[in-house]
Design a protein around this ligand. Structure first.
Ligand code: NAI
Ligand code: MG
Length: 482
């Protein structure tokens, strides 16, 4: 399979050009460790140019375009994305190291966001407010202006979908800064969007290092909203940088999400979710279900099933479509391996998958690993590992399950498995999370469903209609006419 590798350039005002300093960065294939492309290493001056282009787009064709027309442009981009699914999926599988079937699912998700937000374009509106005699009062929903989008390497296309496309449909002009580890599909997406008729400057893409390009964007004086997905540490820095300009931010910072299984759960239904939520994308998923809490009555039986499944799991090259691929980088492998070593030393590992014999030695593979009988306050049960490593924690009562589930600094999503309807409702209310799944996990990625965290998982919501409120501001107009 051949696929088009984008040239190492940035997109500003509809034009692809070299970065200001003319530098590039190598692009690594995590499956093999090989360099297979380069990206432009943008600078703060490039960010200035991108922000200026976005500002100009707001004053030009893009800013004047009616909402339904913006929707039509997004719909056309959505069709084009699906037409190029093979190209995009291969590019992403190669760049991120994710199995091809996951990369294809990411392309489909990106198209679904474009379809959803295309349809929403002309369905978001203000209200009239009953007020004192002699007044007519109404609200106008307006774009923030220039939006900055700093995205990570784990799901570039899905995060473009939930962040950039929602901002665009509300009439913002965007500057996208992809992660240096995985920028290629962001560039391919921008090319597709331009070819599908997105006006120049509505979307600008500056690739490069986080500390250079990301920092310049987050602290830019002429950016009106910043959306960030990534690590908690960088998210806090971005919020501080944006605070200097009193700019709102949306932060999506990962988690340590629990999957809670009660004695009365349908274990056979739960099992594939419990496994997949831990290993999808090699565990490099913000909403990974990385803590499995099991009530004592079914603990040993379910643990045995999990062990059996883990022993069949294989990590291997992305294009060979194994259960999981490599980690993104040598740095990520070192971080994850330190956790695996900690669990090994303490005798907590109960099951390990394998690394496929066809995996190149310089790829960043780790075996999927299950830890059991982990205490809730253990580092393995508290810290985001961001690899295919899951802890199993036993519990006795509903109150104890809630205390353990809520007992980390994070609060992104939670899954609950129980046949008891009352318990489902109680748990949904008591869990600290932005999304709670009852007898499922992840709701198949539902683009319609508002998503985001509490606590160190961040704040603000993307996905669904809720994202459109986040990517817009409200103006109240009070007319006195006597
Ligand atoms: P990161 O937070 O450094 O990278 C995310 C994005 O932020 C990238 O585009 C990066 O270039 C940019 N960035 C980095 N430093 C910046 C700065 N000073 N100012 C502005 N932008 C900056 O994440 P990293 O180092 O790649 O991964 C480390 C850990 O972060 C992972 O092990 C995982 O725990 C967490 N993470 C969580 C993600 C999520 O989906 N919530 C995604 C990626 C990482
Ligand atoms: Mg890469």
């Amino acid at each position: 399979m051949t696929f088009r590798i984008p040239a190492p350039q940035i997109l500003i005002d509809g034009q692809w050009r070299d970065a200001d300093a003319g530098q590039t960065l190598p692009v690594e294939d995590p499956s093999s460790g090989e360099t297979f492309a380069h990206i432009a290493a943008g600078t703060a001056r490039d960010v200035d140019a991108a922000v200026a282009a976005a500002r100009a787009a707001l004053a030009g064709e893009w800013g004047a375009m009616p909402a339904f027309e913006r929707g039509r442009v997004l719909a056309r981009i959505g069709h084009a994305v699906l037409e190029q699914i093979d190209d995009l999926a291969h590019l992403e599988a190669r760049d991120v190291g994710k199995p091809l079937k996951q990369a294809r699912a990411d392309v489909v998700a990106l198209a679904r966001y474009l379809e959803f937000y295309a349809g929403a374009a002309d369905k978001i509106h203000g209200e009239t407010i009953p007020f004192q005699a002699g007044y007519t009062v109404y609200t106008l929903r307006e774009p923030h202006g220039v939006t900055g989008h700093i995205i990570p390497w784990n799901y570039p296309m899905q995060i473009i979908g939930r962040s950039v496309t929602a901002a665009l449909v509300m009439g913002n002009a965007a500057v996208l800064k992809p992660a240096e580890q995985a920028s290629l599909t962001s560039m391919a997406f921008a090319r597709i969007a331009t070819e599908a008729g997105l006006p120049a400057g509505a979307l600008n893409v500056v690739t490069g290092l986080g500390a250079v390009v990301g920092a310049a964007l987050a602290g830019h004086r002429d950016v009106n909203h910043v959306s960030f997905t990534g690590s908690t540490g960088v998210g806090v820095e971005i919020q501080k940088a944006a605070a200097d300009n009193a700019v709102p931010v949306t932060l999506e910072l990962g988690g340590k999400s629990p999957q809670i299984v009660f004695d009365d759960a349908d274990l056979d239904k739960a099992l594939p979710f419990l496994v997949n939520a831990g290993i999808q994308n090699a565990g490099q998923t913000c909403s990974a279900g990385s803590r499995i809490l099991i009530q004592r009555g079914v603990h040993d039986r379910l643990l045995a099933k999990l062990v059996e499944r883990y022993q069949t799991l294989t990590a291997g090259p992305a294009l060979a479509d194994h259960d999981l691929g490599p980690l993104i980088s040598a740095k990520q492998k070192a971080m994850v391996s330190a956790y695996l070593e900690l669990g090994r030393q303490e005798g907590l590992i109960v099951a390990e998958g394998r690394v496929s014999p066809d995996a190149p030695a310089d790829g960043h593979y780790v075996p999927p690993t299950l830890f059991a009988n982990v205490t809730p306050d253990h580092r393995l049960a508290q810290e985001e590992i961001f690899g295919p490593a899951v802890v199993v924690i036993p519990f006795d009562t509903e109150d104890e399950a809630v205390a353990i589930a809520n007992g980390t600094a994070f609060g992104l999503v939670a899954g609950v498995w129980t046949a008891d309807g009352g318990r489902q409702m109680r748990m949904a209310k008591r869990l600290h999370a932005g999304q709670v799944f009852l007898n499922n996990y992840g709701a198949a990625g539902g683009v319609e469903l508002p998503f985001g965290g509490v606590g160190k998982s961040g704040h603000g919501r993307e996905k669904g209609f809720e994202a459109l409120y986040g990517f817009s501001t409200l103006k109240t107009v009070a007319a006195h006419h006597g």
